[in-house]
Design a protein around this ligand. Sequence first.
Ligand SMILES: Cc1cc2nc3c(=O)[nH]c(=O)nc-3n(C[C@H](O)[C@H](O)[C@H](O)COP(=O)(O)OP(=O)(O)OC[C@H]3O[C@@H](n4cnc5c(N)ncnc54)[C@H](O)[C@@H]3O)c2cc1C
Length: 393
Amino acid sequence: MTDAEEIRSLTRQLLADNPPATTDRTDFLKARFDAGLAWVHYPVGLGGLAAPRALQAVVDTELAAAGAPDNDPRRIGIGLGMAAPTLLAYGSEEVKRRFLRPLWVGEEVWCQLFSEPGAGSDLAALGTRAVRDGEDWVVDGQKVWTSSAHVARWAILIARTDPDVPKHRGITYFVCDMTDPGVEVRPLRQITGEAEFNEVFLSGVRIPDAHRLGEIGDGWRVAQTTLMNERVSIGGARIPREGGMIGKAATTWRERPELRTHDLHRRLLDLWVDAEVARLTGERLRQQLVAGQPGPEGSAMKLGFARLNQAISGLEVELLGEEGLLYGEWEMRRPDLVDFTGRDAGYRYLRSKGNSIEGGTTEVLLNIVAERVLGLPSEPRNDKDVAWKDLAR
Ligand SMILES: Cc1cc2nc3c(=O)[nH]c(=O)nc-3n(C[C@H](O)[C@H](O)[C@H](O)COP(=O)(O)OP(=O)(O)OC[C@H]3O[C@@H](n4cnc5c(N)ncnc54)[C@H](O)[C@@H]3O)c2cc1C
């Protein structure tokens, strides 16, 4: 097993062979991947060293101190946080070798073609069809709320391959080429004024069977890997103490004494403590992840993240008074990332509304925590044994 000393020495060798000041950013990232220092817990040859996940901190600290470039994780969050763990768990060797390096380096952006107009919380009801045609599958249907589809090269896609069995059993998981002529991406404008997500129409899109992840009809199980990782990647990002939204609110408090009131002080302190508890809980969750895939506890993290973001950004707008009501950025843009801390308070307030919807709504995540963490009785499900084609729609 690789230990901390060995990883530190490999990192220093990477820096010596590719000095950040004189090496092209992408070349540096490729060299880092090839040295196994991209995600040390991944297998050798796929950007890792099969080392304990906790040792990633050794690499990150050395590289940050040397001013090395990173792979801009916010721009490729869906690839890193959701596609990669699914490709790793279910992809063939060929698929893993083809996709993981450009994904991690950031040369290829990924999006997630899961939600549909009639299937969001009830995702297993989805109706996009994939029909086998020789060595290919032909896909027809519509997806919606697809973040980053306008910049994505590849998508993770779930589609119905068997309408004659109950809804969870007839789904298959694919990698979809977003440059296929049958893929049409149309922007959807959000409350922030910009279109970070899209609707995606799929008409006769061809996907080689080699780009199927998991067995035919087993796509629901494969999708659980994506969804569990999604909740951790939305709610469990590593941030420093007083980082993220609480940092913005605390800075305003310190720098603008004229805005302070006794009531807002008490609320700010309460939220500061909640944010610190959430941060430390995230640290603990990441340590548990060292041992394998995230469980339903990731849903609890994501619940807390949404609640806190909405409360803190609300407090910040209130603190700023009339100034907080100004929102100067209401223009149609198609950004390639969500930037919570680099924008003004109005953006944070409006964008955080989506936090309790994306990656599973608060109500649905509460159900997951109730059933799978607390062991409470499950919701009645009367469509478990009915063929998908016979369900009321
Ligand atoms: C900013 C943002 C980005 C997104 N990005 C993506 C993406 O990249 N790819 C993708 O595939 N999807 C994406 N989504 C879609 C997201 O996953 C869905 O919006 C979400 O799962 C809810 O589905 P829905 O919108 O169809 O609402 P519905 O499922 O119709 O829910 C409507 C309301 O009913 C409630 N409800 C539903 N079922 C239950 C239940 N069993 N118990 C109690 N209450 C219930 C919900 O909580 C909600 O309040 C994104 C959404 C947002 C807001």
